[in-house]
Write a protein that binds this ligand. Structure first.
Ligand SMILES: Cc1cc2nc3c(=O)[nH]c(=O)nc-3n(C[C@H](O)[C@H](O)[C@H](O)COP(=O)(O)OP(=O)(O)OC[C@H]3O[C@@H](n4cnc5c(N)ncnc54)[C@H](O)[C@@H]3O)c2cc1C
Length: 451
């Protein structure tokens, strides 16, 4: 996609050698969790409650990842067929969010509209209450692998306002949503793109509108098997693309996703393709979708009476990134595992979201599910890993399977599994590759996890 707008790119493949330097070790924990999104804060809470000392490292000034910084609501998929499929710490979190006045948690679809600000605060409270140390405004920038013991990581490198620093741990969990830690180790990790075309699911910049006549809209999440993109607006956006006034769009979904108040909707409509692990693509995508946001709002105003007097409250802190890197794990979840509801002895969570793959045009391929499926522990352990796990969006799953498992309730549930696994490994000096996944599954079940 890259649209390079600068004239400062040096010719050829210029490079320099960065001089080696001594770094302060700012902290030493049993478990370090990188990234404080849905999987990360839950992983940190789970590890701390399992007895580990835990440091959670997050690059923004708040927790929640795509749920808050990206505003990508609702929180899916807590139910299938009206039955809860995710509970445990994620269940506790949504109940706390509801109690704080920040979520609608009883819709049969198990898609949960929420308030972004209350999400940030509730996630922070549950995490601190568990005894987790949180380091905000810290970017994971590197990893140091042990020279003595093959496959073990000794430190992550962070860039903070204090400078470049190291953090030591017995166990590490990569919850950056993009494999930022694993990609800086020799462990297997690559883009989850379509091999023939290189396609990744597109990015979307969310925004929140006020002044909407929400009584005229279906603003709550539909039941299983129903689509809830707005058909009138979809036709209008398609017309504008045809006329060359808009490049692309998705949905659009203008619903109570990351908002719960009358008169407000969050909008998932902008769309752009690119590789979000490429600095130029990511920068360019943000710039282009910020330009397209007012274009989309103008189309909404002109084509649907509910939006006639709407106004922009805010755009998300960052563009929503659906798909980047994936590890090659001890097991790779497939679409046939999901569609066949395959059982796994080391199951640690349940999924139920449709296999929902957004295409590079305005299309979407959706296969709804009849039954929940199990997700095995081994999808979280990179092949050959000793003390690095992942949770959330970097798990080992084929592209199609990822279309289902990528949503937030499942990422949170996997965070709980990874947190407990890392705490056990830290306590026992065990490798994540040889951890008894069957025993882990039994322990999680005993702790209220639905499996
Ligand atoms: C456009 C779009 C629409 C979506 N719609 C829905 C939906 O309707 N419902 C749903 O449930 N899910 C939806 N999702 C999926 C949802 O975003 C993911 O399920 C979820 O955010 C994954 O959680 P995660 O913890 O793996 O990663 P993220 O949410 O990406 O969290 C990663 C965290 O790590 C931090 N981080 C990243 N890199 C670094 C670094 N190098 N150093 C330090 N910190 C770092 C980030 O700031 C962030 O806090 C959507 C996603 C997109 C992009």
């Amino acid at each position: 996609m890259t649209e390079t707008t600068t004239a400062i790119n040096p010719p050829g493949n210029l490079s320099i050698i960065e001089p080696a330097r001594r770094l302060p070790v700012r902290a030493q924990a049993d478990v370090v969790v990188c990234g404080g999104g849905p999987s990360g804060f839950v992983a940190a809470v789970a590890a701390a409650r399992a007895g580990a000392s835990v440091l959670l490292i997050e690059r923004y000034g708040f927790l929640g990842g795509m749920a808050t910084a990206g505003m990508v609501g609702p929180l899916s998929k807590f139910n299938l067929g009206g039955e809860r499929i995710v509970d445990g710490i994620p269940g506790e979190f949504i109940r706390a969010l509801h109690a704080a006045g920040g979520a609608i948690i009883d819709l049969p679809s198990g898609n949960i509209p929420y308030d972004v600000e209350l999400y940030k605060l509730t996630a922070q409270r549950i995490t601190r209450h568990a005894g987790v140390d949180i380091l905000l405004h810290a970017q994971v920038a590197g990893a140091i692998v042990s020279k003595e013991e093959s496959g073990w990581l000794t430190h992550v490198i962070v860039e903070t306002k204090s400078g470049r620093e190291a953090v030591a741990a017995k166990q590490f969990i990569d919850c950056t949503g993009a494999g930022d830690l694993v990609a800086r180790t020799p462990l297997p990790c690559e883009l989850r793109n379509q091999r023939e075309t290189g396609d990744l699911q597109p990015m979307s910049l969310y925004f929140r509108l006020g002044g909407v006549d929400t009584d005229k809209l279906n603003i709550l999440m539909a039941h299983d098997g129903m689509k809830y993109a707005n058909p009138e607006l979809r036709a209008a956006l398609a017309g504008e693309v045809k006329a060359g006034r808009l490049r692309n769009f998705g949905g659009p979904w203008a619903v109570h996703g990351s908002t719960i108040r009358p008169g407000e909707v969050s909008v998932n409509a902008t769309r752009i393709t690119g590789n979000a692990t490429d600095a130029d693509d990511l920068s360019s995508a943000e710039l282009i979708l910020r330009e397209e946001t007012p274009v989309v709002i103008d189309i909404f105003r002109r084509h649907h009476k509910a939006f006639a007097h709407c106004y922009l409250i805010e755009t998300a802190t960052q563009i929503g990134i659906r798909e980047t890197r994936a590890i090659r794990g001890l097991y790779t979840l497939t679409a046939s595992d999901i569609l066949g509801a395959r059982k796994f002895a080391d199951a640690v969570a349940l999924g139920g979201h449709p296999i929902d793959v957004h295409k590079t045009d305005s299309g979407q391929s959706v296969k709804f599910l009849d039954a929940p499926y199990q997700i095995p522990y081994r999808t979280l352990a990179p092949e050959g890993s000793k003390n690095v796990l992942v949770a959330g969006g970097t798990l080992s799953a084929t592209r199609e399977a990822f279309g289902s498992v990528r949503v937030q309730a499942q990422c949170m549930a996997l965070g709980q599994a990874a947190g407990v696994a890392a705490a056990i490994c830290a306590q026992d000096g065990e490798s994540v590759s040889t951890l008894d996944g069957v025993a882990l599954s039994a322990r999680l079940k005993a702790e209220g996890v639905l499996i």
